[in-house]
Design a protein around this ligand. Structure first.
Ligand code: HEM
Length: 457
C-alpha cells in the first residue's frame, strides 16, 4: 500500500524533452507515447506536462493496488483537473472528495449493487427489443447510435423508476446535451465559457436549463406522491437524504447528480456495446458459439466475452489521482501535489498479466469467477470505483443475449475499426458497423453463405 514518507524523492524514469513538446506529443499521440515509454521503462514513468506539471504514469498491477487501496489523506482524485465535475456541477459525485464523497457513495451504491440488477433486466430487454424493431436487414449501419439510445432508456428508467412523460422529454434532450458536454471537455476552459446563445458554452447552459426544468417537474411529482416515503428510485433517495445538520440536498445539486448518473451510465455502456458488435463480427466462430450458448440458455461465454471486450477496447483510457503528501509507491518516492495517471489501456495490454494480450480471446477468462481486480480495471478501483459497474455488465449481458436471440450478425473480414475518443469514452471510429438479419427471416441464410476466419486480434 502507498504510505507517507520523508525519504528523498525518487521519481520513475522521466522523459527529457521541453515541457511544451511533451504537452504537444501528449495531445497529438497520447496512446502511442504511453505505449513506447512503457515498452522502454516498464511499469512507471514520469512526464512534465503543461497544466498538470510533473505527472507519473503507472501501468503496473502492484502499483495500481497501492494507489487504489491508499488512504484519501495521501492520494485522491483531483476535482480541478477532471472537468466532469465542472460540467455536471457541484452536486455531482465527480465534484466531491473526502467525507462528502463517501456519504454520497453510501447513499447511491445500494441502488446499483449486483443483487438489485435482476429488477432492471426486463426493462433493458424491453429497450433492446424496442430499438432493434427498426434495424434494417441486409444493410450496413452504425450500431453506436442505437446503443446510445437504448442505454439512455435503461439508465433513465433505473434512476427515475417507472416510465413517465418527462422521460420522453429527457430521451430527446439528453443526447445533444451529453454529446456537447463531451466535446467541451476536450477544449480549454476559456472556450467553454458562455459567450452567448450561439457559443458552445451558451448552448450547453441552455440544454442544462431545459434539463433542470424537467427535473423540477419530476421532483414536484415525487414530493406530491402520498407514497413518497416508500419510493426506492434514486431520485427519491436523493430527495430524502439529510446531512449531519438535518439539511436536505438542494434541488439544483440533485439535478447535478442525476445528470452525472445518466451521462456516465449511457456514454460508457453504449461504447462497450458498439465495441462488442465490432469485435464479434470479426470473430465468426465465437459469434456462433455465443449464439449456440444463448439458444441453450447458457451465459458463461457471454460473460467472458464482455470482460474481453472491456479489456481489449478500454472505454475509458485511465483514471487520475493527485498526491496530497510525499508517498512511497513501490520503489518510487513521489512528491506531494503530483498527478498520477493509472493507464487502463496499458494495464490491459500487459503481456505479463494477459499473455498474447493483443489477441481477442474470451477463453482466457474461462473457468474464472471474476477477472483479477488490479489487472483488469475497466471500472477503475478504490473509493472512486465505478458505481455503475454491475449495471453496465448486466446491460451488456442482456443486450447481447437479446441481440443474439433475435438477430444473426453477418461476419466481416474488414479490418478492425480504429479508436475514436469522444471526450470521455473511446468508441469504434466507424460507429461499430453491422449487417443483421432477423433469425426468423429466410434472407438470414445469406449471412452464413461464405464462412469467414476469425481475425488475429
Ligand atoms: C462499460 C461501462 C462503464 C465503464 C467502462 C465505466 C468506467 C468508470 C471508471 C473507470 C470510473 C472511475 C473513475 C475514477 O476512478 O476516477 C467510473 C466512475 C463512475 N461511474 Fe462508471 N463506467 C461505466 C458505466 C457506468 C454506469 C452504467 C454508471 C451509472 C450509474 C456509472 C457511473 C459512474 C459514477 C457515478 C462514477 C464516479 C464514482 C466515484 O467517483 O465515486 N458508470 N466509471
Amino acid at each position: 500500500m502507498a504510505t507517507a514518507t520523508t525519504e528523498p524523492i525518487r521519481l520513475p524514469p522521466r522523459l527529457r524533452m521541453p515541457k511544451l513538446v511533451q504537452g504537444i506529443v501528449w495531445l497529438a499521440a497520447k496512446r502511442e507515447m504511453f505505449g513506447a515509454l512503457s515498452r522502454r521503462w516498464g511499469g512507471a514513468f514520469t512526464l512534465n506536462l503543461p497544466v498538470m506539471g510533473q505527472t507519473v504514469i503507472v501501468s503496473d498491477p502492484d502499483l495500481y493496488r497501492d494507489v487504489y487501496s491508499a488512504s484519501t489523506d495521501l492520494i485522491e482524485r483531483p476535482t480541478d483537473l477532471l472537468t466532469l465535475g465542472e460540467l455536471f456541477g457541484p452536486g455531482s459525485t465527480f465534484s466531491m472528495v473526502g467525507a462528502q464523497h463517501l456519504a454520497r457513495r453510501r447513499l447511491l451504491t445500494p441502488s446499483f449493487r449486483a443483487k438489485r440488477m435482476g429488477s432492471y433486466e426486463a426493462l433493458v430487454e424491453d429497450e433492446v427489443l424496442r430499438e432493434i424493431a427498426n434495424w434494417p436487414e441486409g444493410q450496413e449501419f452504425e450500431t453506436h447510435e442505437p446503443m446510445l439510445r437504448l442505454t439512455l432508456g435503461a439508465i433513465l428508467r433505473a434512476v427515475f423508476g417507472a416510465e413517465k412523460a418527462e422521460l420522453d422529454e429527457l430521451r430527446v434532450l439528453l443526447p445533444p446535451l451529453i454529446a456537447l458536454g463531451c466535446k467541451l471537455i476536450m477544449v480549454p476552459p476559456i472556450v467553454r465559457r458562455d459567450y452567448g446563445p450561439r457559443s458552445p458554452g451558451g448552448r450547453y447552459l441552455e440544454y442544462r436549463r431545459r434539463f433542470d426544468a424537467v427535473i423540477d417537474s419530476l421532483i414536484a411529482e415525487a414530493r406530491a406522491d402520498p407514497a413518497f416515503e416508500e419510493r426506492t428510485e434514486v431520485l427519491a433517495l436523493l430527495l430524502r437524504e439529510r446531512d449531519e445538520n438535518g439539511e436536505p440536498i438542494p434541488d439544483r445539486h440533485i439535478a447535478d447528480e442525476l445528470l452525472t448518473l445518466v451521462a456516465s451510465g449511457h456514454e460508457t455502456t453504449s461504447a462497450g456495446l458498439a465495441w462488442t458488435v465490432e469485435r464479434l463480427r470479426r470473430h465468426p466462430s465465437l459469434l456462433s458459439r455465443l449464439t449456440d450458448e444463448v439458444d441453450a440458455g447458457g451465459s458463461e461465454l457471454r460473460q467472458t466475452t464482455i470482460w474481453e471486450v472491456l479489456r481489449t477496447r478500454s472505454v475509458l483510457e485511465g483514471t487520475t489521482r493527485r498526491t496530497k503528501k510525499r508517498i512511497r509507491l513501490g520503489d518510487w518516492v513521489i512528491p506531494e501535489n503530483t498527478v498520477v495517471i493509472l493507464s487502463i489501456r496499458m494495464a490491459h495490454a500487459s503481456e505479463e498479466t494477459f499473455p498474447d494480450a493483443a489477441s481477442f480471446n474470451p477463453d482466457r477468462f474461462a473457468g474464472v469467477s471474476a477477472p483479477k481486480p488490479f489487472s483488469w480495471i475497466p471500472f477503475g478501483g478504490g473509493v472512486n470505483r465505478c458505481i455503475g459497474a454491475a449495471l453496465a455488465n448486466m446491460e451488456m449481458d442482456v443486450t447481447l443475449r437479446t441481440l443474439l436471440r433475435e438477430l444473426r450478425f453477418a461476419p466481416t473480414d474488414a479490418p478492425g475499426e480504429r479508436r475514436h475518443w469522444r471526450g470521455v469514452a473511446t468508441v469504434p471510429r466507424r460507429g461499430g458497423r453491422a449487417v443483421v438479419y432477423r433469425r426468423t427471416s429466410k434472407v438470414s441464410s445469406d449471412a452464413d453463405a461464405a464462412p469467414l476466419a476469425d481475425h488475429a486480434s
